[in-house]
Design a protein around this ligand. Structure first.
Ligand SMILES: [Zn+2]
Length: 107
């Protein structure tokens, strides 16, 4: 992912609309690229800061951003685990089908 694509995905990230693959690449990029991290921080501050001002609630944006990044990593891990489980179940079904076919032939 290059910086241009990263920055295009920022709004979707803030809305939690990235799929697992995008999210993984997105989070991977932000770990390595300082300027994109800054860009994300700015967009986050604008986006969330504006909302909070409208709400009139107290807020600590630094903490919120940290939490959001933590959540995003957690989401990524959960979704990947889920995908692995689905893949495993599919594999099981296939094995059972094959077994049934093989047994059907043998019996
Ligand atoms: Zn970048």
């Amino acid at each position: 992912m290059d910086c241009k694509e990263f920055q295009r995905l920022i709004p979707e990230f803030l809305e939690d609309e990235l799929d697992v693959r995008q999210l993984e690449v997105f989070l991977g990029h932000i770990d390595k690229c300082k300027s994109c991290k800054e860009e994300l921080t700015i967009q986050f501050l604008v986006e969330v800061g504006t909302k909070r001002l409208e709400d009139g609630t107290n807020f600590n944006l630094k903490d919120e951003l940290d939490n959001m990044m933590k959540d995003a990593w957690q989401r990524l891990h959960t979704r990947k685990k889920l995908l692995k489980t689905v893949f495993f179940l599919q594999a099981l079904v296939i094995i059972e089908c094959v077994a049934a076919i093989v047994l059907g032939i043998v019996l």
